[in-house]
Design a protein around this ligand. Structure first.
Ligand code: AMP
Length: 395
């Protein structure tokens, strides 16, 4: 039977699996949703038949069912050769991916205060796979780790220093696996090495962040202590004036209500009043829905301002890179964003931007542009599989 590397991404009520062979080919992927409720559901991508699950299935049951569905289809032996886990917050403890042992689990638990919605559920996935595959080496890959090269000028807030020293309050940054992948893919497309390539990487999905990458290393990024800071996102506000908290409290709003408003009711959804889905917003805007057009404009304008800000961290720029569901697919967002950056020398080629899939080098910049502009599909699962393979030292 072939070697297989299983990639596990646990959300609060979901479990996503991807399976790779030792040559980095993706063999299969699967998702289980609505876990720990009354209505659990699981399926393998490309397979119409649902994988049978108890209605109240938890992560462990879903994992077992999906792994046996993979092996029924002869995609893997009953045991994967290595397992890679996405873990959201590694604090300052983890600067890179690590083999999981009981000390690592303790340290991930130690970072849970910084990501109470994510780290505990990532640990559920780790415990479930350790129980099911006790002899398989497992690796944790952290969203924050790539940003551990930020200098204090980029990661410290202008707060009394005791907040950093005693409470770990600092900017951590997220989407690290995607930005790392951009650093390497951009270098490959530009026929350079990552260590000599400097880019601005814009990951635009439901969550959005932008990173300045100097000679292959993250030197500034838009997300902060939590993934709420920075760009406008699907349902998250991004940057706001912290004075808003006092104001809303004075108007009788509770902390939990403010948290929910900023994380789940703001961003593209909040401004448009309709949807957080960029594709639907573009359609609505095309049909004259002004709040949707405004949501897209605010999204692009904030992004353009951040691209300008990221240039302060770099001494050369080899490319501006767009990725994520929006960055890869929305020519409208790319065009509208770059239209604010002509003074800095960015210029987009309308034809290449509309048909970027036609060009294998990913370029969408016009000949007049001072800098290359690239569209690169992200592949966080592949990064996790590579790290699992490297650290589990598969022969
Ligand atoms: P992600 O979180 O990376 O899966 O990205 C999700 C976002 O990508 C959603 O806002 C989608 O509407 C957006 N998206 C996906 N395909 C397209 C498309 N063809 N045009 C515009 N936005 C898209």
């Amino acid at each position: 039977m072939k070697q297989s590397i299983l990639v596990v991404n646990c959300g609060s009520s979901s479990l996503k699996l991807a399976l790779f062979d030792e040559n980095e080919n993706k063999l299969a992927s699967a998702i289980a949703e609505r876990l720990n409720g009354q209505d659990a559901f699981a399926r393998i991508d490309g397979d119409e038949q649902a994988v049978t699950l108890p209605a109240t299935a938890d992560h462990k049951q879903a994992l077992k069912a999906l792994v046996s569905a993979f092996s029924d289809r002869q995609l893997m032996s009953t045991t994967p050769t290595a397992i890679g886990h996405r873990v959201v917050h590694g604090g300052e403890t983890f600067r890179q991916a690590v083999l999981i042992d009981s000390d690592v689990i303790k340290a991930i638990k130690g970072c849970a205060d910084l990501a109470p919605l994510h780290n505990p559920v990532n640990l559920v996935g780790i415990e479930a796979t350790r129980e099911q595959f006790p002899d398989t080496e497992q690796v944790a890959v952290f969203d924050t780790a790539y940003h551990q090269t930020l200098a204090p000028r980029a990661y410290l807030y202008a707060l009394p220093e005791s907040y950093y020293r005693d409470l770990n309050v600092r900017r951590y940054g997220f989407h690290g696996t995607s930005h790392f992948f951009m650093a390497h893919e951009a270098a490959r497309l530009l026929e350079k090495t990552p260590a000599t390539t400097s880019i601005i990487s814009a990951h635009l999905g439901n969550g959005c962040s932008i990173t300045a990458i100097k000679d292959g290393l993250s030197v500034d990024t838009s997300m902060g202590l939590t993934p709420l800071e920075g760009l406008v996102m699907g349902t998250r506000s991004g940057d706001i004036d912290p004075g808003l908290f006092d104001y809303l409290r004075s108007r009788g709003m509770q902390q939990a209500e403010v948290h929910k408003m900023l994380n789940q009711k703001s961003g593209l959804l909040g401004i448009s009043g309709q949807t957080n889905d960029m594709r639907s917003l573009c359609e609505l805007a095309d049909h004259g829905h002004e709040p949707s057009a405004l949501a897209i404009e605010i999204f692009c304008f904030r992004l353009a301002k951040y691209i300008g800000a990221m240039m302060a961290s770099l001494s050369q720029l080899d490319a501006l890179v767009f990725t994520g569901g929006i960055g890869e697919n929305s020519h409208r967002v790319r065009k509208q964003t770059v239209s604010h950056l002509n003074l800095l020398g960015f210029d987009i080629n309308a034809d290449m931007n509309s048909h970027h899939g036609r060009y294998s080098d990913g370029r969408i910049d016009d000949t007049r542009s001072r800098f290359p502009i690239l569209v690169i599909p992200t592949n966080e699962e592949l990064v996790i599989a590579r790290e699992a393979k490297r650290l589990a030292s598969i022969a």
